[in-house]
Design a protein around this ligand. Sequence first.
Ligand code: DC
Length: 232
Amino acid sequence: MKKITIAIDGFSSTGKSTLAKQLAKVLGYIYVDTGAMYRAVTLFAMQNHFIGSGRTDFQGLVKSLDDVVLKFSYNETLGFAEMYLNGVNVEKEIRTLEVSKNVSQIAEIKEVRVKLVDLQKEMGKEKGIVMDGRDIGTVVFPDAELKIFMTASPEKRAYRRYKELLDRGDNVVYEDILENVQKRDYIDSHRDISPLMKAEEAIEFDNSDMGLKEQFERLHSYALRIIKKHEQ
Ligand code: DC
């Protein structure tokens, strides 16, 4: 079967990664969660005091970027690749609200974006990849054969993230999550470099009132249609 590139962009907590993961699995493609990469750089910045406690030192972070080694390693049991920062599995640490609060500022730094976009392009060189993020269809893979842009109301998205954090035992308040979702929407859509926006040819997908099964079936059928078209 001829392989294609699938770019899934959209607002935070729209369920991009759940869908992208499922789609990659059924197609036998690689799945890459680029948000995890920005989150891992943010965790590095927090660990090294380049951000946090009301102060920032982005020049210091940029100078240290060569010391940030990111790797995805496939976990057979979980069925997806986990994020490693300098050899340490950080899959849990990068999903905390603290990291969510800082990540949009780190994702605005040009040098961070250049480094991560280069890595992402390298990962998708052979096609057969489902990548999710904010700039995948616009910057990382502008030639992707299938581009999806996911949206849902901020309240629905905040509730989903709230449930996710509660389920894993975090002590969180819904209003804090909603505020974080709205703040990140604003920063992600208004930054100068690679702001979140729908690629012209992307299919818009509002899943506010759509169950996971229906979303997956729709996405899967788009993908199969395009794969078939490229085989002709
Ligand atoms: O998908 P996520 O919520 O885990 O992403 C975390 C943050 O990373 C998000 O607020 C914006 C940033 N991001 C980005 O700027 N570009 C990407 N391709 C992916 C994520």
